[in-house]
Design a protein around this ligand. Structure first.
Ligand code: C2E
Ligand code: CA
Ligand code: CA
Length: 565
């Protein structure tokens, strides 16, 4: 079936909005058009604007009364003048008074019809002519069909998607973003003519599919296509065939298909949003063995939440929404368990989402560079707090701060630590730096240089999450450090995997051998505590003693533990 025929099929009806507070006059107008048009009705200016905004791509013309309650027709026209999307819809004003016409013309009205309506044929003809004029104008402005693939241009694709929704409102439809990965490779290896042939071939495959299943396809550039079609019951076989087709066409094994699918599209959603989501789903596919990813609400919500956190970060930092919590560490080898130090753990008290855990935002900020700003903020907050405690209690409480795996590559890291600590006159040996073991496996030399330099200046280095990486024993023998923190997974899963306890025993023995302090984190139960004490663990951190505390509560704990209250 050719493009024109398909268009005609779905474009059989156009949509008119009649905005008139006089119900009878609106009914009369509707009766002129209802055979050939879909009619929407509004009874005041506000309603008219709401309907226009929610049907921006489907309304073909507005018949507007001027004198209406809430917002009058002039206000609607003014809004239209300021909104390029609404401006694309022609407006005919219905009026009984000649003196409003001049004002209306100034506001960009296209035509007038006189009230009361005396000659239906003339009114219908004027409306039809105006719609045709506008459609021709927009068609002249944009290319309708791409020459190479004979698929629709992006603008027309969207237009027809919306018209498809109107023509078949009850039929579920899917939107697919299809990406041929590393398409440039085809271009470079085989030249432009060959890659054009590949595009043409894929395009004709897609066209054949939409002819059969009904729908539209579009080529958006390089190896990217969009498809809008009746809900695909045969999704798996479609993808399989498309894949086979591509494999037949091209030899390089590194060229694959990534398809993002937005199933059962809500016709009320703006097509730009739907397309954006399908495209980002296609982009989110990491591995070549995965071919498609289907949009689902939960993943989308997560992505939106993360985007919100990224947008809110800088304001949050400025407004001091980030709060450092302190979790105590206890020495357990003496007669009495004593508070020996603590770990600084950041929380975000978000104005809308409440307390957000670092497990949510740290990985996010490690991907966009914000982590450096956040770590620096924590260093400064902690050093200031240590100075306050010194002033209040006469002692420096040792605090461990976390250094992100990304921040270890920050060339200014050492300078930033020194500035934070020295400006508050905190002794370096009261400021511990926790560096996760897996960071060392990623980049040995950077970390070795950093650790050596910081230790030379008196800072204490803790290896965090020990045992979680792939080369724990290498880390132990190659990296100079002062404290070793055994990953919490060993104790937490020790009931499930009894071998874990043997591993912990072995690590504790190694700590003794290397003469470094051992810390076990994530200790929650009396049984775990006893096991660790018996096997010589020096320090314990975990809910068994305390959760991370806000600064005021931690200050009270200091007072209690040191008999200062
Ligand atoms: P981590 O450094 O391994 O921190 C220990 C995590 O275990 C903390 O989670 C702590 O609240 C939690 N925890 C402590 N005791 C127990 C326990 O007995 N049971 C259980 N189930 N959990 C316990 P949190 O505060 O959510 O921090 C998660 C991770 O976020 C941290 O893991 C650390 O990698 C990162 N992080 C936290 N604060 C900062 C920071 O200021 N800077 C950087 N770069 N990373 C941070
Ligand atoms: Ca830590
Ligand atoms: Ca840890």
């Amino acid at each position: 079936m050719d493009n024109n025929k398909r268009e005609r099929e779905i474009q059989a009806r156009r949509t008119l909005l009649i905005a008139d507070d006089d119900e009878i006059s609106g009914d009369i107008l509707s009766s002129f058009f209802e055979d050939k048009y879909d009619i929407l009705r509004a009874f005041n200016g506000k309603q008219a604007l709401d309907i226009i905004n929610s049907h921006i791509d489907t309304i073909d013309l507005v018949l507007l009364d001027i004198f209406m309650p809430e917002l009058d027709g002039f206000a609607v026209l003014r809004e239209r003048q300021n909104n390029s999307k609404i401006k694309k819809i022609p407006v005919i004003v219905m009026t009984g008074e000649g003196d409003v016409e001049r004002e209306c013309f100034k506001l960009g009205v296209n035509d007038f019809i006189k009230k009361p309506f005396s000659n239906p044929e003339i009114i219908i003809a004027r409306v039809e002519r105006m719609i045709e004029l506008y459609e021709d104008r927009s068609i002249i402005k944009t290319v309708k069909v791409e020459k190479l693939t004979n698929l629709y241009s992006f603008d027309f694709f969207k237009k027809f998607c919306n018209q498809f929704d109107v023509a078949e409102p009850k039929v579920a439809k899917d939107l697919l973003s299809i990406n041929i990965t590393r398409f440039r490779l085809i271009n470079e290896l085989y030249g432009r003519d060959f890659s054009d042939e590949v595009l043409k071939n894929i395009a004709s495959f897609l066209k054949e599919y939409v002819n059969k299943n009904k729908g539209f396809a579009c080529h958006t550039g390089a190896g990217d296509f969009l498809l809008y079609t009746r809900h695909m019951e045969d999704l798996d076989s479609f993808i399989y065939e498309l894949h086979e087709h591509l494999e037949k066409l091209v030899v390089p094994t590194s060229v694959h298909l990534h398809v993002g699918i937005y199933p059962n599209v809500d016709p009320k959603l703006d097509k730009d949003i739907v397309i954006g989501r399908a495209v980002s789903f296609a982009q989110s596919i990491q591995s070549d063995s995965d071919v498609y990813s289907i949009y689902d609400e939960k993943t989308e919500q997560k992505a939106l939440f993360e985007e919100e956190l990224i947008n809110d970060f800088k304001k949050g930092l400025k407004n001091r929404e980030f709060k450092v919590f302190y979790q105590p560490k206890y020495s357990i080898q003496g007669d009495k368990n004593t508070l020996s130090s603590c770990e600084a753990l950041i929380r975000w008290i978000h104005p809308k989402h409440g307390m957000v855990s670092p497990g949510v935002f740290i990985p996010l900020f490690e991907t966009n560079g914000f982590i450096q700003l956040l770590d620096r903020y924590v260093f400064e907050e902690v050093a200031k707090q240590q100075a306050i405690w010194k002033e209040k209690y006469g002692i420096y409480i040792p605090v461990s701060v976390n250094v992100s795996r990304v921040d270890v590559h920050n060339p200014n890291l050492e300078k930033e630590i020194l500035e934070a600590v020295d400006s508050q006159h905190v002794p370096h040996d009261k400021f511990y730096l926790e560096i996760t073991e897996s960071a060392y496996s990623q980049d040995k030399q950077d970390i070795l240089n950093l650790v050596n330099s910081l230790r030379d200046k008196g800072f204490l280095i803790e290896i965090d999450d020990f045992g979680s990486g792939y080369s724990s024993l290498n880390v132990m023998s190659e990296l100079p450090f002062d404290v070793l923190k055994i990953d919490m997974v060993f104790m937490r899963k020790s009931d499930e995997y009894p071998m874990n306890k043997d591993i912990v025993k072995m690590i504790l023995a190694l700590c003794k051998h290397f003469n470094v302090t051992s810390v076990c984190e994530g200790v929650e139960t009396e049984e775990h505590y006893k096991f660790l004490k018996e096997n010589g663990c020096d320090v314990i951190q975990g809910y068994y003693f305390s959760k991370p505390l806000p600064v005021d509560d931690f200050s009270k704990l200091i007072e209690k533990e040191f008999g200062l209250c």
